[in-house]
Design a protein around this ligand. Structure first.
Ligand code: FAD
Length: 336
């Protein structure tokens, strides 16, 4: 196991921020992980997957561990479901393609989300009407401070919108090693969300199945979202904020075109991208930090922006949305 010193993380984060790790190593199993944690027990530790949901605002004065635990296997089957366990270091989209090739349904709407399996429960990744919680069965993790292994089932995870117990109670304490998903043998397609139906029509799909739905999602994502290999970004920078129905009606009174989605809980989810766009940020660029020209919710690094440049811009955006709409935006991206 090679430990690198003062190591550039530029190719390990999709914002392509040139931050450094005091120490950097990859591990592919729990024994390797334990050895590294023991050797560097005095240093703060950061676990990295694909680096597609982090913004480095500084170099990391400690040990950055890249999770490379691999393997995808079916561990159990019953009449309706198949249980597939994947190593945390597996690329998420590769896992989705594995499911599609085997006709296991449930993750097709989550096609092409960047990053790795291990991070999928962190923020309960979601897209096109599906969240990881809908297919989650359990996960195995290692507690870095208490040095013991833990298992989590669905009820332990407190999954919410882009939220889980791993982002809160266990923040920076656990290493997720593998995740087991419960997938459907008989496809239950969910095509009501966004432009999936229109895309399927455009594709001229004759046989509707999970492969077609996955391809429709891929096509839509490619047309809408900037490719991090071309322009540095971490997808949606902010969460869609939730306000009370009363606050929503008040907003509607002042700004009749306010976009909102009633959650049925007395709360309304607002479109953060719309709020940001109304404050004039869409397409804004200062130096190499900017707000994407097609997606106001996506902050971008055009080349040599620092993490602080991006963070400062996000702070200005937050403030202007607060001033104009009295709505508090919360960052979805993990700030390091
Ligand atoms: C273009 C683009 C589009 C995106 N679209 C979506 C989308 O539609 N929906 C969505 O939900 N997200 C989306 N994202 C965000 C991102 O892809 C997901 O959050 C993804 O799950 C992050 O995975 P990662 O492996 O890159 O995590 P990283 O960025 O490496 O890590 C994210 C956080 O999880 C922690 N972490 C990572 N792996 C582990 C582990 N094994 N154990 C413990 N902690 C860990 C890290 O310390 C960090 O705090 C998008 C990002 C991009 C760039």
């Amino acid at each position: 196991m090679q430990v690198q010193e003062n190591y550039s993380l530029k190719k390990y984060n999709t914002f392509h921020i040139d931050a450094y790790a005091k120490h950097f190593a990859a591990f592919s199993d729990i024994d390797g992980l334990k050895l590294l944690l023991k050797e560097y027990s005095k240093e703060p530790t950061l676990i990295l997957g694909g680096g597609s949901n982090v913004l480095f605002t500084r170099s990391f004065d400690g040990l950055v561990l890249k999770n490379d635990v691999k393997g995808i296997q079916t561990v159990h089957e019953d009449d309706d479901h198949v249980y597939v366990k994947a190593g945390a270091g597996e690329n998420w989209h590769r896992f989705v393609l594995h499911c599609i090739d085997n006709n296991f349904s449930g993750v097709e709407n989550l096609s092409l989300i960047p990053g790795n399996v291990g991070a999928s429960p962190m923020q309960n990744i979601g897209a096109y009407g599906v969240e990881v919680k809908d297919v989650f069965h359990s996960l195995e993790a290692y507690h870095m401070k208490d040095h013991h292994s833990l298992n989590f089932t669905l009820n332990d995870c407190a999954f919410g919108y882009r939220d889980s117990v791993f982002k809160k109670k266990y923040k920076d304490e656990l290493v997720i090693l593998s995740v087991t998903y419960r997938l459907n043998k008989i496809p239950q397609l969910n095509i009501s969300y966004g432009a999936i139906k229109e895309e399927l029509e455009k594709m001229g799909v004759k046989e509707l199945g999970i492969k077609a739905v996955s391809q429709a999602v891929i096509n839509i994502r490619r047309s809408k979202l900037p490719d991090p290999d071309v322009i540095g970004n971490a997808g949606s920078f902010f969460k869609n904020p939730e306000v009370s129905e009363r606050e929503f009606h008040e907003l509607k009174r002042i700004y009749p075109e306010t976009v909102g989605f009633a959650l049925g809980t007395g709360k309304v989810k607002l479109a953060a991208g719309w709020l940001i766009e109304q404050c004039g940020w869409k397409g804004f660029r200062r130096g190499d930090a900017g707000c994407h020209e097609k997606q106001a919710l996506v902050l971008v690094n055009y080349g040599s922006a620092s993490g602080k440049d991006i963070y400062d811009l996000s702070e200005e955006i937050k403030q202007s949305v607060k001033e104009k709409f009295n709505v508090e935006l919360e960052r979805e991206v993990n700030i390091i």
